[in-house]
Design a protein around this ligand. Structure first.
Ligand code: NAP
Length: 448
């Protein structure tokens, strides 16, 4: 763990006291604060206006009951959340997560991260996040639809294309966005396309949104490699997860000449030295909605390991794309010892502070999620642009825009890290650049 500057340490203590038990939220705040000492020193105006304290308090937090009937006619009750964290730069923007682990602390950590990530994209979007402790796994389509309709029956009153614009996250893909958007349309009697992103292509969605987070993460790593006069060619890559982010990260690594040798889900991981076969993985995960062991059943050259430690598989580049805190200090040591040189976060906060510190000390290049996985939300903002102009761009045009945005985020991180005396430090660059844009907007908008 790093030591915090005195003023920042007071803010952190207050966050812990006011948000008891929300450990993931504490961790996300701590991670930002570790970078802000040079900013506070250079810009006393932020401290005078208490910008950091204000940033740590969401503008609005909504918690609601979600009652629904399962296929047996039994009443089920879940809890819904939307944390509207900061709208200084634009309408609240951030995904919905449906997973049994969801509680207020997870939603606040994700919403807090989202503020700085959205700021880094340079686009006009504020930060928010939401979700529910509902578990879509093993539920029928009809059950998922009934749950989504009940969830939106409360949430719709807080949304709007100029107010709050949700998207997907873990457990929320195009199917769920469809049911949610359909219920919003029914209740409001408005085809307000810009109120949600991640929509299907025939009903207002953007090309490349499905691929954007995974592709964007790999574009970001490609920029890191290019800055070092290298490429993906011949690199061994390990990607955790096998959901939306992981699948399209694997796709783009292979297109750029690297080999993804392992991927996972919460039941274990598979290794295939010649490279994960994307068509088989998509068949297992997107069509059958099966387990990762099914991949090994279909691919004789692949081995399934029923434990969660994918990080013991040697690689040059690690892309954690599953969930928070999946790379601990011990996992970081495994990666460093096996020769890994780059770690980029496709997921949100997959590396613990201990792991990040170890990467830093070992000279492993570390790209934090708020920069490396910003391609998803950036493409959501492109989807909002297309909706606003009632237009639909081609795949190539949209992918080119995404690649340009990721290159710009990369360059902004490096330039800001340089400016604040920490050359090559992507964590400092992302945190400081993300913070300054939103802090300046907050100063301009007054005490609101
Ligand atoms: P997803 O499609 O639901 O996939 C999540 C994947 O992670 C699944 O393979 C899941 O396996 C695995 N996973 C979840 N919890 C796990 C655990 N405790 N241990 C091991 N594996 C676990 O979700 P996603 O959209 O790809 O999101 C993945 C991460 O990226 C999240 O941190 C999310 O916040 C972040 N992210 C997503 C986007 C986006 O556009 N989708 C944008 C930015 C950041 P099981 O199926 O076994 O649970």
């Amino acid at each position: 763990m790093y030591d915090l500057h005195e003023k920042l340490s007071d803010i952190y203590a207050e966050v812990v006291r006011r948000n008891a038990g929300e450990t993931e939220f504490h961790q996300a705040v701590y991670e930002i604060l570790t970078s802000l000492a040079p900013v506070v020193a250079k810009h006393p105006e932020y401290a005078e206006a208490e910008v950091i304290r204000r940033l740590c308090e969401p503008e609005r937090q909504i918690i609601f009951r979600v009652p629904w009937l399962d296929d047996q006619g039994v009443v089920q009750i879940n809890r819904g959340f939307r944390v509207e964290f900061n709208s200084a730069l634009g309408p609240f923007k951030g995904g919905l997560r449906f997973h049994p682990s969801v509680y207020l602390g997870i939603v606040k950590f994700l919403g807090f991260e989202q503020i700085f990530k959205n700021s880094l994209t340079g686009m006009p979007i504020g930060g928010g996040k939401g979700g529910s402790d509902f578990d879509p796994k093993g539920r029928s389509n009809r059950e998922v639809m009934r749950f989504c309709q009940s969830f939106m029956t409360e949430l719709y009153r807080h949304l709007g294309e100029y107010t709050d614009v949700p998207a997907g996250d873990i457990g929320v893909g195009t199917r769920e966005i469809g049911y949610l958007f359909g219920q919003y349309k029914r209740i409001t009697n408005r085809y307000e396309s810009g109120v949600m992103t991640g929509k299907g292509l025939t009903w207002g969605g953007s090309r490349v949104r499905t691929e954007a987070t995974g592709y964007g993460t790999v574009f970001f790593v490609d920029e890191i490699l290019k800055a070092d006069k290298q490429s993906f060619e011949g690199k061994r890559v390990v990607v955790s997860g096998s959901g939306n982010v992981a699948i399209y990260a694997i796709d783009k690594v292979h297109e750029l000449g690297g080999t993804v040798v392992a991927c996972s889900d919460s039941s274990g991981f598979v290794v295939e030295d010649a490279g994960i076969d994307l068509e088989t993985l998509k068949e297992v995960k997107e069509i059958r909605r099966g387990r990762i062991s099914d991949y090994a059943d279909l691919r004789p050259a692949a081995q399934f390991h029923g434990d969660s430690n994918i990080w013991k598989v040697p690689c040059d580049i690690a892309l954690p794309c599953a969930t928070q805190n999946e790379i601990t200090g011990a996992d970081a040591t495994l990666l460093i010892d096996s020769g890994c040189r780059i770690v980029a976060e496709g997921a949100n906060m997959p590396c613990t502070p201990d792991a990040i510190k170890l990467f830093d000390e070992a000279g492993v290049t570390f790209a934090p999620g708020k920069a490396a996985n910003a391609g998803g939300v950036a493409t959501s903002a492109l989807e909002m642009q297309q909706n606003a102009s009632r237009d639909s761009w081609t795949f190539d045009v949209t992918e080119t825009r995404l690649a340009e945005i990721m290159a710009r985020i990369h360059d902004t991180c490096l330039a800001t890290a340089d400016e604040y005396g920490q050359p090559g430090n992507y964590v400092a660059g992302a945190n400081i650049a993300g913070f300054i844009r939103v802090a300046d907007a907050m100063l301009a908008l007054g005490l609101v």
